[in-house]
Ligand binder design. Structure first.
Ligand code: MN
Length: 231
């Protein structure tokens, strides 16, 4: 097939222990999925999971241990970090039952749902879409993906984010309101999932602003850490 111009390259993420890379199709994100974060964002009580998306080419993959550079985005004075477990789908499907969901997972990674919080808050206030606050360029830094079979303890692992060596966020994956399996069940009712989809599963409390020069280190026990330098 010929195109009227060269198609953009497919965004990809490294895979631990594999020279091949994971090609990204879509990025789904879950809002308010830890109780303590839901409270800090003003929620009351358990609500059904809700989703938003980032463009696939918003991924900013770290290559190994070195910090990946993220450019401080335009239009904001409040760039927030949100450390999240990212679930990488290896086998698609619709209406996937939670009991079968983990069979669709290729692996897991540590990710950052970077957020222009001031713009997101303004859009919330006006009842407008979050895209400008959430779906900007380089808004989805991600570490290498570890195949699921290599991290059997992932659902109970600690999750943490340090900024310049100081702990900002610290929780455990088992504090998720909607588990990874339940999230896949809900998502796959609304969209047909396909191999290559990434799901950012939500962040615990402690979200806060970063500035140029800051170094973020995001960790989930058992996964390749993610280091990001804001430039
Ligand atoms: Mn988030």
């Amino acid at each position: 097939m010929s195109h009227v111009f060269q198609p953009a390259p497919i965004p990809t993420v490294p895979v631990v222990g594999d020279a091949r890379r994971f090609p990204v199709r879509r990025i789904y994100c879950v809002g308010r999925n830890y109780v303590d974060h839901a409270i800090e964002m003003g929620a009351t009580g358990r609500e059904a999971p809700f989703f938003f998306m980032k463009p696939a080419d918003a991924v900013l993959p770290a290559e190994g241990e070195a910090a990946v550079e993220m450019h401080y985005p335009t239009l904001t004075k409040s760039l927030h970090h949100e450390v999240e477990l990212v679930c990488a789908i290896g086998k698609g499907g619709r209406d996937i039952a939670a009991a079968d969901a983990l069979g669709h997972v290729f692996g897991y990674a540590v990710g950052l749902d970077m957020t222009r919080r001031d713009l997101q808050n303004e859009m919330k206030k006006q009842g407008r879409p979050w895209s400008i606050g959430k779906g900007f360029d380089e808004s989805a830094p991600i570490g290498a993906i570890t195949p699921a079979a290599q991290v059997p303890g992932i659902m109970k692992a600690p999750i943490a984010l340090d900024v310049n060596g100081n702990v900002r966020q610290l929780s455990h994956i088992d504090k998720l309101i909607w588990s990874v399996a339940e999230t896949i069940e809900h998502l796959s009712r609304a969209w047909a999932l396909q191999a290559g989809d990434l799901i950012y599963t939500g962040t615990p409390a402690g979200v806060d602003a970063v500035v140029a020069g800051d170094v973020l280190e995001a960790r989930i026990e058992g996964l390749s850490p993610l280091r990001v330098r804001i430039v």
